[in-house]
Design a protein around this ligand. Sequence first.
Ligand SMILES: [Zn+2]
Length: 131
Amino acid sequence: MNAKIEKEADRVFSIYIRNLNSVNGICTCITCKRTFPISEIDNGHFCKRGNHATRYEEDNCRPQCIECNRGTENKDKKFREELIKIKGLERVEELERLSRSVCKISDSEGKEIINEFKIKLRELLKERLSK
Ligand SMILES: [Zn+2]
């Protein structure tokens, strides 16, 4: 997919992941457990974003603070431990396997990803409002 589609897919997916894992607009960083408003936290990837096969996998991503996500200290081990607690070792190993597979996302697939997560976000917000 071209850079423009990829940027938009990342943006929509990130908003969805942060909303999905928020309580009353607040997210907890998966690796340091500090809390931040949705708008002030990143969408952290366990298997890094360069691995396209897992770039838009919901289970691979959790809110992560800017310091943990972009800082110099490597938080990969902690991220893995926390993800195992949530999803189980089997799923984490599955993500690791998947991340190593070659995956090229076409422009039309990229647009489908954007649509998919826009719909999911809309449904999620609607569901939260009705509660
Ligand atoms: Zn953090």
